[in-house]
Write a protein that binds this ligand. Structure first.
Ligand SMILES: Nc1ncnc2c1ncn2[C@@H]1O[C@H](COP(=O)(O)OP(=O)(O)OP(=O)(O)O)[C@@H](O)[C@H]1O
Ligand SMILES: [Mg+2]
Length: 268
């Protein structure tokens, strides 16, 4: 682990939009918290969907990730408690979109988040989860530079693999140049509908190619998962018995197990 008090740090990434990064970040974080882990969720996407999904409006955010990245405000000052026991949030703020531009001219621009982690003083977190924006931009590069592991979410559809080569190449380059400790956590298949032949075929292709890197547990398409953010809560608090809630709990258990069995050199 790169950071003694924070970790492992997991970046949830895919430059493709709408593939379940935020739904996974929020619900995996909440599930880990439900399993009595202490979890910190970072909303690194200017859209602020992870923040609003936990009931935080980025218009009301006084200090968020912009302030951490650009003005070096300590992480702990931007941290909020959430409605879930054990889950804290560093929200996106209105100006996070501007951070992308401002970071370009700052010193050690790829390491701003890593630096904030190194300077962190506070309680220990068992997991840190970073919800990345749908782009391979400086925000995502900051996440990958600060992370121990990357989780990729893939929607099982015809174009699922499009862009994946570029994502894996970017991860390799960052590992090589900026963050040698970075490893692959795994691939989570989202919005899976096994009644759909194409989805079944895509799942098979992904599993054949990536093998054990793919989580056994998949996330089914489930309306409760898409409803929960409008109530500002994770699905566990919206409908704990739903297939979506149970699937994210199972992914959280699998994550903990994978870590324990340390199959984690995670071939990048
Ligand atoms: N398993 C699921 N079942 C049903 N709807 C889902 C599921 N996962 C995600 N969704 C819905 O699909 C949409 C996209 O999901 P999400 O916001 O998690 O993707 P994203 O990768 O974070 O998107 P972006 O790239 O814009 O940040 C959202 O409306 C979300 O509620
Ligand atoms: Mg998102």
């Amino acid at each position: 682990m790169k950071h003694a008090m924070l970790g492992p740090v997991l970046a949830v990434a895919n430059q493709k939009g709408g593939v379940g990064k935020t739904t996974t970040s929020v619900n995996l974080a909440a599930s880990l918290a439900a399993l009595e882990k202490k979890v910190l969720l970072l909303d690194l996407d200017p859209q602020g969907n992870a923040s609003s999904g936990l009931g935080v409006d980025k218009k009301d955010v006084k200090a968020g990730l912009y302030d951490v990245l650009v003005d070096e405000v300590p992480l702990q000052e931007a941290m909020l408690a959430t409605g879930c026991d054990g889950l804290s949030l560093v929200p996106a703020s209105m100006d996070l979109a501007g951070a992308e531009v401002e970071l370009v001219s700052l010193a050690r621009r790829e390491f701003r988040l890593a630096q904030a982690f190194s300077a962190f003083q506070g309680e220990r977190f068992d997991y840190v989860i970073i919800d990345c924006p749908p782009a391979l931009n400086l925000l995502t590069i900051n996440a990958l530079t600060a992370a121990d592991r990357v989780m990729i979410t893939l929607q099982t559809e015809f174009y699922a693999l499009e862009g994946l080569t570029q994502l894996l190449e970017t991860i390799r380059r960052i590992k090589h140049a900026l963050n040698p400790q970075l490893s692959m956590d795994g691939i989570v298949l989202t919005m899976v509908d096994r009644r759909n032949n194409l989805a079944v075929q895509v799942e098979k292709e992904v599993r054949d190619y990536f093998g054990a890197q793919v989580y056994e547990q998949v996330i089914p398409r489930n309306v409760r998962l898409s409803e929960a953010p409008s109530f500002g809560v994770p699905v566990l608090q919206h409908d704990i018995r739903s297939k979506g809630a149970q699937a994210y709990l199972a992914v959280a258990r699998e994550l903990i197990q994978r870590q324990a069995s340390a199959m984690d050199d995670g071939g990048i």
